[in-house]
Ligand binder design. Structure first.
Ligand code: HPA
Length: 299
């Protein structure tokens, strides 16, 4: 592909989408939330909602997955102005990777400083149980190893640098805050910290693939989040991410277990309320980002 034929959106297109949204409502969110499969209930918790269907927002892709609503919801969570993606976009839906991550740049242009992402994931770590909530401390980007990274293509310095650092992708203070809030809520027994591995999907992993990923250091595997984190970090937003372990990855040939999307959604329902409460209580305690070292002024 010639760089001029980039499949992403230009700065001006992103700006136009952000301006269109800001012209419709007064909420100026500092926190952006992305809801994973079966975890869209978080958006319902917002007060004084103003919601937009993705199909009505200029330049926005559409969510095509069962369990993903497809709305951008603005409102307040425990008094804090937030914007929430109820339904996200995945590589396996067939969109170019630069398009599925567009909302992160819109978040930035709306004034968001902190992004919280949730997902459903398979547990590779043998100590994990279905229903555990894993705080993501780091990631393995498998599509990235193969050259499929959302930052591929011409770099617009108005968003960020050509070669962004990723050793601090997941904000350590927010990880600590999650542990503190989680233990206050009595969630310590099912709160974990680990490495998330993203794959392209949509097929679930083979047994050999699960064994390989585990050996490589992954604790959980899924099909989202990492692309969004890359783009969010590129433009200087703080990131925090949680995986709900909805199934145990099949690691041995004797097992009769079979990964399936219905199981993912069912577990989501069982633990969703606690995950939502954890995020809501965190949002209430997130400090404004006074460290502007890597923050880029986009106005
Ligand atoms: N693999 C990949 N993605 C997933 C899984 C899984 O086992 N569970 C939920 N999302």
């Amino acid at each position: 592909m010639h760089p001029e034929e980039s499949t992403g959106y230009s700065y001006e297109e992103c700006r136009a989408t952000a301006d269109w949204l800001m012209a419709q409502m007064d909420v100026r969110p500092l926190v952006g939330i992305v809801c994973g499969s079966g975890l869209g209930g978080l958006a319902e918790m917002l007060k004084d909602q103003v919601a937009f269907n993705y199909k009505d927002i200029p330049n926005f892709p559409q969510s095509t997955v069962h369990g993903h609503a497809g709305r951008l919801v603005f409102g307040t969570l425990k008094g804090r102005a937030c914007v929430c993606m109820q339904g996200r976009f995945h590589l396996y839906e067939g969109y170019p990777i630069q398009r599925i991550t567009l909302p992160m740049r819109i978040f930035k242009l709306l004034g968001v400083e902190t992004v919280i992402l949730t997902n459903a994931a398979g547990g590779l770590n043998q100590d994990y149980r279905v229903g555990d909530i894993m705080i993501i401390k780091d990631h393995l980007n498998m599509p990235g190893f193969a050259g499929n990274n959302p930052l591929v293509g011409p770099n617009d310095e108005r968003f960020g640098v050509r070669f962004p650092c990723m050793s601090d992708a997941y904000d350590r203070d927010l990880q600590q805050l999650a542990f503190d809030v989680g233990s206050e809520l009595g969630y310590s027994d099912f709160l974990r910290k680990g490495v998330y591995c993203v794959l392209g999907g949509p097929s679930f992993e083979t047994i050999a693939e699960c064994r390989m990923l585990h050996k490589l250091g992954a604790d959980a595997v899924g099909m989202s989040t990492v692309h969004e984190v890359l783009v969010a970090r590129h433009c200087g937003m703080r990131c925090f991410a949680l995986s709900l372990i909805t199934n145990q990855s099949v690691m041995d040939y004797e097992s009769e277990e079979k990964a399936n999307h219905e199981e993912v959604l069912e577990t989501g329902k069982l633990r969703a309320e606690q995950l939502e409460r954890l995020v809501a209580n965190m949002v209430m305690r997130i400090e404004r980002n006074n460290n502007n070292d890597d923050d880029i002024n986009l106005h």
